[in-house]
Structures are given as structure tokens and as C-alpha cells.
Design a protein around this ligand. Structure first.
Ligand SMILES: *Cc1c(COP(=O)(O)O)cnc(C)c1O
Length: 429
């Protein structure tokens, strides 16, 4: 038993704070939202997203650029809408995400279509609406896209995703720029892929792209990748194929557990210097940030159901689970967990915070010092990215509701999923 030290301002993301013993997102107390909407509940700060976006916009100011939010991080319509209104393009990986993009009224020329496994139907759908660019990941995909576009009497704008073979120094499951993984075209095959693409009647080469991983907290791997990509651009253009834009993907990390990634504008200062030094100062830049725009803008509220102290471990059973917050189970990811209304002067114990799902992998945090009673509400921090968008109905649990906070106002942007929602497509024998 230790005395509760209490979370300090330094451990809370921007726009999340304690005021009068109440955890707030912007000007809204979270206890009130949990009371009104129930738990588990995702709460997002609009200001946090826009301020994360503004750092990129500052970093790229004065350059021709397009910031495409990678919506797989969190594809809720109101979030897309907020970012698109603030000047974002979108990066999509499926026909479903294209429908979401269109639903928020984006100009399709500001949408980039990424992903290793686009179907012909998805290609047609994207060509029909006039997508900005297909980021193609294999020679086979290039040939299918060429065929689909020619059938439609169109030329598909393409970029080839290159694998720069740099180590992003992140978790193996979210590292994508090394030779051993399924993404991108190997360095040595890039030139022939471009000369081939340039000769295809259904394709129009517009760019080159890479994406080396996710939750990257250092500048070094980006600069290395930039150098590799610029080497390739030089060789491709020497072969007579012009590259209009260079797309550096996403991947910038956030502070989950004392991580210290560079600020987006500081990172881009370094990268633009490199581009200038190599004579690419006037090249259009595209980027595809996901996590760094929304990750620290969201929290997940969960109620403590039961305390289950044990001989080896104490378990704190909460009403959010791996179906709501899959990152710990998938990547052993860390999320800070803090009380919404701290119990001052209470003694804390060490708990494993776990959900009700019937899997040992269903944990949200391990060995956390918390002073709690059943009925207390906890906030799982940094839950804006890759949580709700990865949520499932495992154990027939309805997906959580979502609220977007804007100053002192809270908007319900997604209702809690009901059992009827879940069984709507099912039929009895
Ligand atoms: C996932 C992904 C992104 C976004 O990654 P973050 O780490 O969330 O910034 C960008 N581009 C591609 C191709 C991706 O697969």
C-alpha cells in the first residue's frame, strides 16, 4: 500500500486537465459525460486535434503541400468533418473509407488511396469520383489498376509506395519500412516499376510515397527515409519520369508513456532543410499523419465494476475491454489510466486493470497505482487513435458511444451500439 501520488499536469495530454478535483476535456467535466451517456465512452477534444494539425500546417507553411489525415486511426464522421473543415485532405485504405470521405463532403482530389489490397471494385469506385492519387504497393496492383482505368477510358493518378528499408525503431507490428514486411516496393525494383507505369496507357504517374512505420519518436529514421526516397526520385527523373509530389506517409508518434517525439513543425524543419539542401525545395509534399493528429485528443471513460484482490495480483475489473481498447492486447501498448474524480488522501494499491471479456489478453493496464472504489470512473488516456476504429463486437458487446468536446460544449457524435444494431444482419434458421 502506498499513498496516492496523483496524476500531475505533466502526465496529462494537452486539453485534458484537473480543475477543482474534476478531470476535464477542454471545459467539460468527464464525470458529467459518463453520467449522461454511460460508459465505456470515448471523449475527444476538437481543439486538441486542430492544434495537432496546426503544428503540421506551420511546419509546411509556404510550401505546396497536402496533409491527408489517415482516417484508419479514427474514422468517425464528425472527426473527419472537423479535420476536413480545418483544411485536411484524407488518406484512405478501403472503399468504405472512401464512402466516409465523401460523406463529409471532401473534394475527392484531396483523397489518397493507400493499402496493399485494393479490389477492382474499389479502384473503379475511386476512379469514378476522381480520387487524387492511388498509392500502389505492387507491380501486380499497378497492372490491374491500369486495366481498370483503361476499361473506364480514364488514366489513374498513381504513386508507387517504396520501401526505403529503414528501421523506424518502433514495435515490429507497426514497423512497415523494412525489407521483411509486406508493404511497398523494394528499393531495387522501384526504377523499373516507374518506367513500366509511365508506359501504361491507363496510368498517370504523379508521385512517390513511403510510410516507414507508426509511433516513431525520433527524427533520424525520417531523415534516412527522406534521403532514400530523394535518391530514388533522382534516378526516376533521370530516366525521364517526372515526380510531381513526394508523400512521406505518417507515423509520427505521440506521448503515451513519457515518449518524446519531435513536434510536427520541428520534424518538418529538419526534413525541409534536407529537401532544400538536395535541390527539392519546390517539390509538392504530401503527408499522411494519423495517430499524431487524434491519438492524444481522446480518452476512454470506463467504470470500475469490481475489485478482486488476490495473492499474486490484484485485479480491477472495469466495463471497457479489449473490444473497445484493443491496443494493449494487440501490441502490449501502454495507456495511462487516471481517476476522473481523484480520491485524495486515500491509499492506493497496485492493480491490473482488466475488462470483462473472456480472454487473458483482455487487459488495459498492468501494475497501476490507483485508489478506487466500485462505481468510480477512470479515464484511459491517449485513446483517440486506433481504439474506436479497431473496436469490435467480441462477446456481443456493443461498441461505445463517442462525444466530441468543443470548449464547454459536448456533442454526441456516435450513439452507443444496441443489441438490435448488432444482430440486424443475422437470421434464425
Ligand atoms: C497507417 C498509415 C498511416 C498513418 O499512420 P500513423 O502512424 O497513424 O500516423 C499513413 N499512411 C499509411 C500508408 C498507413 O498505412
Amino acid at each position: 500500500m502506498t499513498t496516492l501520488a496523483g496524476p500531475t499536469a505533466a502526465t496529462l495530454p494537452p486539453f485534458v486537465s484537473y480543475q477543482n478535483q474534476q478531470l476535464m476535456v477542454e471545459g467539460v467535466p468527464l464525470a458529467a459525460l459518463a453520467h449522461e451517456h454511460g460508459t465505456p465512452l470515448f471523449v475527444y477534444s476538437r481543439a486538441a486535434m486542430l492544434s495537432a494539425l496546426a503544428a503540421y500546417q506551420r511546419g509546411l507553411a509556404g510550401r505546396e503541400h497536402l496533409i491527408c489525415y489517415a482516417m484508419k486511426a479514427n474514422s468517425s464522421l464528425a472527426i473527419l468533418q472537423a479535420l476536413v473543415r480545418a483544411g485536411c485532405g484524407l488518406d484512405i485504405v478501403s472503399g468504405g473509407e472512401l464512402e466516409r470521405a465523401l460523406a463529409v463532403g471532401i473534394d475527392p482530389s484531396r483523397v489518397i488511396f493507400s493499402g496493399v489490397g485494393k479490389t477492382r471494385a474499389e479502384m473503379r469506385q475511386a476512379l469514378q469520383v476522381g480520387i487524387g492519387c492511388f498509392n500502389v504497393e505492387s507491380r501486380a496492383e499497378l497492372d490491374v489498376l491500369d486495366e481498370v482505368a483503361r476499361d473506364m477510358g480514364l488514366r489513374a493518378p498513381v504513386s508507387v509506395r517504396v520501401n526505403p528499408n529503414v528501421d523506424a525503431q518502433t514495435h515490429p507490428y507497426i514497423s512497415t519500412g523494412l525489407k521483411g514486411n509486406k508493404f511497398g516496393i523494394a528499393h531495387e525494383d522501384v526504377l523499373s516499376t516507374y518506367t513500366h507505369a509511365a508506359a501504361c496507357k491507363g496510368l498517370r504517374v504523379v508521385g512517390i510515397d513511403c510510410h516507414i512505420g507508426s509511433q516513431i519518436t525520433q527524427t533520424g529514421p525520417y531523415v534516412d527515409a527522406m534521403d532514400r526516397v530523394l535518391d530514388l526520385v533522382e534516378r526516376i527523373e533521370a530516366a525521364g519520369v517526372h515526380i510531381e509530389h513526394i508523400d512521406f506517409g505518417g507515423g509520427l508518434g505521440i506521448d503515451y508513456q513519457g515518449d518524446t517525439p519531435p513536434e510536427a513543425d520541428v520534424l518538418w524543419q529538419a526534413l525541409l532543410q534536407r529537401m532544400d539542401a538536395r535541390g527539392f525545395g519546390d517539390r509538392k509534399i504530401c503527408i499522411e499523419p494519423g495517430r499524431s493528429l487524434v491519438g492524444n485528443a481522446g480518452v476512454c471513460l470506463t467504470e470500475v465494476l469490481y475489485l478482486k484482490p488476490g495473492e499474486q495480483k490484484n485485479f480491477l475489473i472495469v466495463d471497457a475491454a479489449m473490444n473497445d481498447l484493443p491496443r494493449p492486447a494487440m501490441y502490449q501498448a501502454f495507456h495511462r489510466i487516471v481517476p476522473v474524480v481523484p480520491r485524495n488522501n486515500a491509499t492506493a494499491s497496485t492493480w491490473d486493470v482488466v475488462g470483462p471479456v473472456c480472454e487473458s489478453g483482455d487487459w488495459i493496464g498492468r501494475d497501476r497505482e490507483l485508489a478506487v472504489h466500485p462505481g468510480d470512473v477512470l479515464a484511459v488516456l491517449s485513446a483517440g487513435a486506433y481504439c474506436m476504429s479497431m473496436a469490435s463486437n467480441y462477446n456481443t458487446r456493443g461498441r461505445a458511444a463517442e462525444v466530441l468536446v468543443d470548449g464547454t460544449q459536448a456533442h454526441l457524435i456516435r450513439a452507443r451500439e444496441s443489441l438490435a444494431d448488432q444482430t440486424r444482419l443475422e437470421r434464425l434458421l
